[in-house]
Ligand binder design. Structure first.
Ligand code: 2F8
Ligand code: CA
Length: 147
């Protein structure tokens, strides 16, 4: 077994999708802490292939009883240091990204990015307030499991 129980293997990386309704809506920082406790961090997207694979899973997870705004998954991307400078947790700057039309718009001080179940996977990101409670995606390398 390469990944922890409950985690998903995609292209040799392990991902955790916080799907349980009651437990799995947190602020960006609390979501990140959850990931850290599992020896992981919030998702950092390094390729178009990785983005497409994850956007597909996010799309399938859409709960029609929830508004789209509440259907986001936090990812490891924010512009908290310099407004408008979107940076992954590994320090990589985002040039284009896969923002929804009109995003990021920093509406009400939105410094954290989430992936949403959009029809068009190239338009799946939105910037939201970091204290908004959303689902999230953790990512880590396979084994060792000691975190
Ligand atoms: O219309 C886009 C807009 O939608 C929501 O605000 C009404 C989002 N807010 C939250 O997710 C909290 C905005 O981020 C988004 O730009
Ligand atoms: Ca926004």
């Amino acid at each position: 077994r390469q990944c922890l129980p409950g985690w998903t293997v995609i292209n040799s990386m392990c991902y955790f999708f916080a799907l349980s309704e009651e437990l799995s809506r947190r602020s960006w920082m609390d979501a990140r802490h959850f990931c850290k406790r599992q020896g992981s961090d919030l998702l950092v997207i390094n390729s178009r292939e990785e983005h497409m694979a994850l956007a597909e899973i996010v799309k399938m997870s859409r709960d029609p009883s929830r508004s789209l705004a509440h259907s986001g998954f936090w990812i490891g991307l924010r512009d908290a240091d310099v407004e408008g400078s979107w940076t992954w947790l590994d320090g990589t700057r985002v040039e284009e990204g896969y923002w929804d039309i009109g995003e990021p718009n920093n509406q009400n001080n939105e410094d954290c990015a989430a992936m949403y179940p959009r029809e068009n996977p190239f338009h799946s990101w939105n910037d939201a307030p970091c204290n908004w409670n959303l689902k999230w995606i953790c990512e880590r390398t396979p084994r060792p499991f000691s975190s």
